[in-house]
Ligand binder design. Structure first.
Ligand SMILES: [Zn+2]
Length: 439
């Protein structure tokens, strides 16, 4: 037996998110793209004497973060238009800029920037809803990043195509191209109930059933969206989609700041996953997702950053921090959303939402080696009682020290291994100069 690909990772703590809690004096052993052992340090060294050893004193090894909702390419609009009411922001800034600038080059460059930011802050899998999902997938493959790319469905023309027919054709082609690629899944991203009609939604459901493709949709992002729908159709969007037989355990509903008893019942019965994006909701004053209430109804809740234009970062550690604080405030219950629950929302719950819990989301033998380490040897994290508490309440993304995706080392000693940051920043600035000179 040859062990030339075997790496033995030896941190101070291992947070598996499986049974057994926080381990000390344990190694995680990886071979190529998989986790092959979790065992006491001495045993591991004995069993794999020729393995490459990575010592991480003062650090906690854990599963990589899973960012369940975003629009990566929008990273190039980061900071372009802030502090505006939602509709002004969308109608006067974001949509015109997208109409003018979004093409495969824009998406390619925006994704490179976004994936670099995500890797550096410990995200090892992201979900993306944007135009040109085939380009997003290509960039993810080139950078060895795991991604689920939801091709957009809307009832009107966009830079991606003339309407639903063309979107469906292109998304199915992308699905065909990437169906055997282990890092990539292609799904359907019907934008929202107010931008997609019944016929397209039924078609999404039918194709998704035939091809086993996941679905992601923005749902009940604001009170306005729900009131407007009730005025026009006499139905809340959640109910309208239920009557179309749209909901199922392969669907992720993003935002859900508006929830009545019937919505909750529907989402729970149909096994729909909710993706919570607290910082985007706060910045756009969209409303508050009742996370504690959802969890009490056995609805799986995972986390997303949303696009950089409404956050403005892709930082899952700060997203966890906001989730915990906001979840307590909204439920008026300081015991709601304890640190460990929030860490699960950023990892294993995300894997469950994306239908990938057999591959990622926890440290378990046989699962993919999507691993990160957090360096707690920092003043912000002294003294140490509980690393899980520090991760959510005290640490920052700058403490992400090592990152592996499918066993491939992406960040070493807090530095990106395969990206030249100076080049990347120059590219991004060129886009900003071009975009601001033509606004
Ligand atoms: Zn979004």
């Amino acid at each position: 037996m040859s062990h030339h690909n075997v790496t033995l990772i030896n941190p101070q703590w291992v947070l598996t998110l499986e049974e057994g809690g926080l381990l000390i004096d344990h190694c995680v052993v990886i071979d190529a793209d998989k986790i092959i052992a979790i065992s006491p340090v001495d045993n591991a060294i004995q069993k794999y004497p020729h393995a490459k050893k990575v010592d991480l004193p003062g650090q906690m090894l854990m599963p990589g973060f899973i960012n369940c909702h975003g629009h990566s390419a929008m990273n190039l609009f980061k900071g372009m238009a802030d502090d505006l009411p939602l509709m002004t922001w969308l109608e006067q800034h974001i949509w015109p800029a997208e109409g003018k600038w979004v093409d495969p080059e824009f998406v390619r460059d925006g994704c490179k920037l976004a994936i670099s930011e995500m890797l550096k802050s410990g995200t090892t899998c992201f979900s993306d809803m944007y135009f040109f999902p085939e380009v997003v997938s290509e960039v993810a493959v080139a950078m060895n990043m795991r991604a689920i790319c939801y091709g957009p469905i809307l009832d009107f023309p966009t830079p991606y195509g003339s309407g639903p027919d063309e979107y469906f054709t292109k998304i199915l082609a992308a699905h065909d191209t990437f169906k055997h690629h282990s890092l990539i899944d292609i799904g359907f991203g019907p934008h929202a109930p107010y931008t997609v009609g019944d016929e397209s939604l039924k078609k999404v459901r039918m194709l998704s059933d035939q091809l086993n493709m996941p679905i992601q949709i923005h749902l009940h992002e604001t009170e306005f969206e729900v009131n407007d729908a009730v005025e026009n159709t006499n139905k809340r969007p959640c109910l309208r989609l239920d009557e179309l037989d749209f909901w199922g355990p392969d669907v992720q509903a993003v935002h859900v700041t508006q929830l009545n008893a019937q919505d909750k019942d529907t989402l729970s019965k149909k096994g729909v996953h909710v993706i919570h994006c607290p910082e985007s909701n706060l910045k756009l004053a969209s409303g508050f997702c009742p996370v504690f209430e959802l969890q009490s109804s056995e609805i799986n809740v995972a986390l997303g950053t949303d696009g950089a234009a409404s956050n403005n970062d892709l930082d899952m550690i700060s997203e966890m921090h906001t989730t915990a604080l906001l979840g307590k405030a909204v439920s008026k219950n300081a015991a709601a959303l304890p640190a460990l629950d929030v860490v699960k929302m950023a990892t294993i719950n995300g894997a469950i939402a994306l239908g990938k819990e057999d591959q990622i989301g926890s440290i378990k033998v046989g699962k993919q080696a999507d691993l990160i380490s957090i360096d707690f040897s920092d003043i912000s994290c002294a003294p140490m009682y509980d690393p899980i508490s520090h991760l959510v309440y005290s640490a920052s993304r700058h403490q992400v020290d090592h990152v592996w995706v499918a066993g491939h080392l992406q960040v070493k000693n807090k530095t990106l291994c395969h990206v030249n940051p100076a080049q990347l920043m120059e590219m991004a600035q060129q886009w900003a100069d071009k975009i601001s000179s033509k606004q």
